[in-house]
Design a protein around this ligand. Structure first.
Ligand code: 3HC
Length: 301
């Protein structure tokens, strides 16, 4: 047996109890979707944040219900209550992990912090528990290296806004077992999403194509070859994108895009697609991160 492989891993795990570490936009969105599809979810965050996050879930559920139960608001309200009952919040990741089939991390993009959390939870989580990261830019292999369950470790990458976006990228490292990978594919389908299989390569599929596209849009604008507004209109009406690149950058967060680009340009300095962008760096330095701070490329209400 190679390192991290145990006999209990040689079967698919049916995921019912889920711990989600990190109650930001992504973590709360994943918690909402998992709870709405009948999973027991524990959302773990820091003291001050947990309750706030649960409120965000309720707000998003209301938007879902407004459409889905347009003819029957009473049934919609009951649905919301049922979903909320499936979500508990906690500040204690150790006790949450002890009764989980899946521990999914969606915290800050910092390798050391992620490794510390998984390293700690590896010691207390049951043998069968699968660990997964929602990282958008760090190698899953590097995060998993802090644990002894390399065969039960993979990536599950969701898209913002999680309740609306139908895709999940399921990432296998060279050590992820077939059983783990299949369990993650099944889990994604039970969530009502469509999974695609990815290798543990930078950006997986979507961000590897999307982030250079956003970066090229900013460069095109910097060169004065088009206004932000025209570039957005062009990509929406000419390429069928639901949001233009500047709208999407503001939506995702300019800090996130900068973080991804910086990581890649450090690793692959000769690739011009990953080169630093003055305007992006300037906006981030000014705290103009997009929708979440009220201003990015555009001003937001
Ligand atoms: N929760 C629940 N429902 C939501 C929602 C949310 N967070 N966001 C939108 N909706 C639903 C609501 O029903 C909303 O109706 P409402 O405004 O009356 O509440 C309905 O969607 C329609 O929304 P909008 O009228 O605001 O606009 P759209 O029809 O354009 O849909 C969108 C919104 C789904 C966000 C669409 O614009 C879109 O697909 N945009 C592109 C998003 C995208 O590319 N995401 C990926 C980003 S990359 C990423 O996440 C990876 C990471 O690693 C960086």
């Amino acid at each position: 047996l190679c390192r991290g492989v145990s006999t209990s891993a040689v079967r698919n795990v049916v995921i019912k109890n889920v711990t989600i570490i990190g109650g930001g936009q992504m973590g709360a969105g994943i918690a909402q979707v998992a709870a709405a599809t009948g999973h027991r979810v524990t959302l773990v965050d820091t003291e001050d944040d947990v309750l706030k996050k649960a409120k965000g879930i309720e707000g998003s559920l209301k938007r879902v219900v407004k459409k889905k139960f347009a003819d029957n608001p009473q049934a919609g309200e009951e649905f919301i209550q049922k979903v909320l009952q499936n979500v508990s919040t906690s500040t204690d990741s150790v006790s949450a992990a002890q009764s989980s089939d899946l521990v999914l991390e969606a915290i800050v993009e910092n390798l050391k912090v992620k490794q510390d959390i998984f390293g700690q939870l590896d010691k207390v989580a049951p043998e069968h528990t699968i660990f997964a990261s929602n990282t958008s830019s760090l190698p899953i292999t590097d995060i998993a290296s802090a644990t002894n369950r390399l065969d039960r470790f993979g990536g599950l990458h969701f898209f913002n806004p999680v309740p609306m976006m139908k895709l999940v990228e399921v990432i296998a490292t060279s050590a992820t077992s077939k059983e783990t990978f299949d369990s993650l594919l099944d889990f994604s389908r039970v969530l009502g999403k469509t999974p695609v299989s990815c290798k543990d390569t930078p950006g997986f599929i979507v961000n590897r194509l999307l982030v250079p596209c956003l970066a090229e849009a900013v460069r095109l604008y910097e060169r004065g070859h088009g206004s932000k507004e025209d570039i957005d209109i062009a990509m929406k009406l000419g390429a069928g994108y639901p949001m233009g690149p500047f709208e999407l950058a503001d939506f995702v967060g300019l800090d996130t895009i900068k973080f991804i680009l910086d990581g890649w340009s450090e690793k692959y300095p000769s690739n011009p697609l990953f080169a630093p962008i003055d305007l992006l760096n300037k906006l981030v330095a000014e705290g103009k991160l997009g929708k979440k701070t009220g201003e990015g490329f555009y001003k937001h209400k």
